[in-house]
Design a binder for this molecule. Structure first.
Ligand code: HEC
Length: 126
């Protein structure tokens, strides 16, 4: 005797478009990044507070002289920021700031500062 038990196997449509996990490869290759001084100008607002003041020294926890950035070598600036970001160069404040910068930000900022000259002394964005 065959008893057919109608069984509905409801497969919950769990088809979460798995393949659509967007491959947002936002990590651009370092070699493709070209610094834009104009774009950099809009990104230095948070640097000015320390780096824009002649002879400014941070008072806590120790007294540090804040280096001047304007006119420095572009590659040097980029390397310094990457080093702070990675922790290769140690300075808490600069590390905290550098980790918020993307590779593009660093390139833009370096481009911006490197084209400044001594005659842009009164540039408030320095
Ligand atoms: C709270 C103060 C402060 C702020 C804000 C700040 N810096 Fe600095 N920065 C310093 C100090 C102090 C040093 C020196 C640290 C050291 O001895 O390594 C420094 C060092 C640097 C250096 C290395 C310079 C050199 O001559 O080797 C670079 C490049 C730099 N900062 C870029 C930036 C940029 C770009 C920003 C904004 C995105 C920024 N800093 C914001 C305080 C600051």
């Amino acid at each position: 005797m065959n008893k057919f038990v109608g069984k509905h196997l409801v497969v919950a449509a769990m088809s979460v478009a798995a393949g659509f996990a967007a491959t947002l490869a936002t990590t651009a290759q370092a070699a493709d990044i070209v610094g834009d001084a104009k774009a950099g100008q809009g990104k230095v607002a948070m640097c000015i507070g320390c780096h824009g003041i002649p002879d400014y020294r941070t008072a806590y926890p120790e007294v540090y002289r804040v280096p001047m950035l304007g006119g420095q070598n572009r590659t040097y600036l980029e390397n310094a920021l990457h080093a702070y970001k990675k922790g290769d160069r140690h300075f808490d404040t600069m590390h905290a700031i550098a980790v918020t910068l993307t590779d593009q930000d660093i390139a833009d900022i370096a481009a911006y500062y490197s084209v400044q000259t001594a005659s842009s002394k009164n540039n408030p964005d320095k």
